[in-house]
Design a protein around this ligand. Structure first.
Ligand SMILES: *Cc1c(COP(=O)(O)O)cnc(C)c1O
Length: 356
């Protein structure tokens, strides 16, 4: 079977070396040696001022919303994974959808101002498939209307925009280290925050509000990463250069061998060093997509409909029409892309798609 993605497994001996450290320390969680080491490695690898690891990529979005959006209206994208929208609703905020750009697939910044009301407190936008939002324009709008900016950068690991880590934009950027993501800790995530005060606030929130063993800064929740997760992260990290370069080869192969007469692909924003995290192709019609999917499934090849459905159609939000996002989400298919995919497999996939 060829799935859309496969988790990267580091050599098990190298994972054992990390596990041995845990056994020696007899310390499984509450910010142990491995978590701190992983954070230090990520800080320098990504060139960010700070990074706090979390147990998944959804809790840091919720924590950032709790602190910054404060139950208000949150301008957001309908084209993302469900966690972007569900976090807003879970935090008792109201999602206000703004349609996406048809080529970049990120929130259409030219439509944001029209959606702002007196209740708007924040913008939560996703760097879809690692493609940066128009961060410059969004920052200008946020300054003008005194709004906070949270980026769901779950797909943004390793991306640079204008020679800076993509995580260095916005008030807070969150990432996911889920097993399906480009860098992973099994389950896991992180947040990056430019402002020291705000960073401290978020940090307290991720650990029950603890300011000491018997002292509380305020309200909090448990979003801590465990040592077992950090052990996986520390074992995967040394392979990141290899992972990126293999994924680039796969992307180059698709770029060179797919027939784009009846297909479109995502346009990457200029001044971006991309991370080759996904390979979305956009068909002319949903019918064409379903036919391609069916043909590939028969060959035991399982691309995925990311992202489908458009999130403005969820049954717990107000269903306001978002024509671009709805149209794209019905026609977009992510092709298999992972470390270790074979060239024979890539040939089969491209031949099959080209023959439709
Ligand atoms: C994976 C993902 C998340 C959620 O991350 P988890 O680590 O699975 O909680 C949030 N947003 C986007 C865009 C994602 O792809």
């Amino acid at each position: 079977m060829i799935p859309v993605t496969k988790t990267f497994f580091p050599p098990i001996q190298e994972y054992h070396v990390q596990l041995d450290r845990i056994w020696k320390n007899e310390w499984l969680t509450n910010r142990g040696e491995l978590v701190k080491e992983l954070e230090a490695n990520l800080r320098s690898y990504l060139d960010v001022p700070n990074i706090t690891s979390t147990t998944n990529g959804t809790l840091p979005i919720q924590i950032a919303l709790k602190v910054l959006a404060k139950g208000g209206e949150v301008i957001t994208t309908p084209f993302s994974y469900v966690a972007t929208t569900s976090a807003i609703v879970w935090e008792n905020c109201t999602p206000v959808f703004v349609d996406i750009h048809p080529e970049f697939l990120t929130i259409d910044e030219t439509k944001i101002e029209a959606a702002i009301t007196s209740k708007t407190t924040a913008i939560l936008a996703t760097h879809v498939f690692g493609n940066p939002c128009n961060v410059d324009m969004i920052e200008k709008i946020a300054l003008k209307y005194n709004l906070k900016v949270i980026y769901d950068a779950a797909h943004g690991f390793g991306v640079e925009y204008e020679r800076k880590s993509l995580f260095n934009y916005g008030d807070v950027s969150t990432c996911s280290f889920h097993a399906t993501k480009i860098f992973h800790t099994g389950e896991g995530g992180a947040f990056v925050c430019q402002n020291d005060e705000l960073n401290k606030e978020l940090y307290y929130h991720h650990n029950f509000g603890h300011a000491g063993p018997a002292e509380f800064h305020g309200l909090g929740i448990n979003a801590k990463m465990s040592e077992l997760q950090a052990a996986m992260g520390l074992s995967v990290m040394p392979y990141m250069a290899k992972i990126f370069s293999e994924r680039k080869n796969v992307v180059d192969f698709y770029d060179e061998n797919l027939n784009f007469n009846n297909l479109e692909k995502m346009k990457i924003r200029s001044n971006t060093k991309w991370n080759y995290s996904y390979y979305p192709i956009i068909f002319n019609s949903e019918e064409a997509l379903l036919k391609a999917q069916d043909n590939l499934n028969r060959e035991n090849i399982f691309p995925r409909r990311y992202f489908y459905p458009s999130l403005n159609l969820l049954n717990y939000v107000e269903n306001i029409s978002m024509s671009v996002s709805e149209s794209i989400s019905r026609r977009v298919l992510c092709l298999p892309l992972y470390f270790g995919i074979k060239s024979e497999e890539l040939n089969r996939i491209t031949n099959k798609i080209n023959s439709i």
